[in-house]
Design a protein around this ligand. Structure first.
Ligand code: ADP
Length: 221
């Protein structure tokens, strides 16, 4: 088969999530091979991705024929059809793909994918749901959580640290979080330094354990 660049990616399942991944990768300049068993989905992406193919991704032979075994990175974006999702990851593991990413709809779905050979499992609905929960009350403007219970968020500075420098604010001792940067209204983002003065209305970029970041953002006083 054709040889692909090392940073090219095969995306299996061109539903809502898979096609968004494939589209972004294309915009970022990567070669993308999109695979879907549904011909309408394949047709829809034929002009927009480097290569598209209609195939059943649970079929090891079909994957080999398409040269999927030559890819370093493969993203499996099949959610609703649990069996197809699991069998696809298994097939990719069998043909030796070194970096398999798979989307899961639930924690147990994700566990199965991990045991079947996925190197990374993502939970788009769960993660976005959590993110929106943090944003919707208006206490955070951005919220990103990492796998190990560590988060980065942007939020307003609580009153007790207004007009104090970060060194004097006691943020680390009081809240156990680290201020990474400060965004002042109509000004550029600046990296936080001990002498940085916190004004009312400043937006702080805060990093730390998720629970502590949440507490900091919820602090009123
Ligand atoms: P989303 O919620 O992101 O749209 P879906 O699970 O609804 O995700 O979409 C999965 C996509 O994967 C669909 O386009 C479907 O045609 C495709 N698909 C499902 N099973 C297979 C399979 N065995 N081989 C290839 N593509 C498949």
């Amino acid at each position: 088969g054709k040889t692909f660049e090392n940073d090219s990616v095969a995306v299996i399942g061109l539903g809502r999530f898979g096609s968004a991944v494939a589209d972004s990768l294309t915009s970022m300049g990567h070669e993308v091979l999109g695979i879907d068993s549904n011909s309408a989905n394949v047709q829809q992406w034929v002009d927009r991705l480097t290569h598209v193919a209609q195939a059943d991704s649970t079929d090891v032979r079909a994957l080999r024929q398409l040269g999927v075994d030559q890819f370093r990175h493969v993203v499996v974006s099949i959610g609703t059809d649990l069996e197809a999702s699991v069998l696809t990851v298994l097939a990719l593991q069998e043909i030796g793909v070194p970096d398999i990413w798979a989307k899961a709809l639930s924690k147990r779905h994700g566990l199965i994918l991990e045991r079947t050979g996925a190197h990374h499992v993502v939970y788009p609905e769960t993660s976005m749901g959590e993110r929106v929960a943090h944003l919707v009350t208006g206490k955070m403007f951005e919220f990103i959580e990492f796998d190990d219970g560590f988060a980065i968020a942007s939020t307003h500075a609580p009153k007790r640290i207004h007009n104090k420098t970060l060194a004097d604010s006691g943020v680390r001792t009081h809240y156990g979080v680290t201020i990474v940067g400060v965004k002042r209204t109509h000004e550029d983002f600046i990296y936080a330094k001990p002498e940085t003065l916190i004004h009312p209305g400043d937006i702080l970029i805060v990093a730390g354990e998720t629970k502590r970041v949440e507490k900091f953002a919820a602090a009123k006083g």
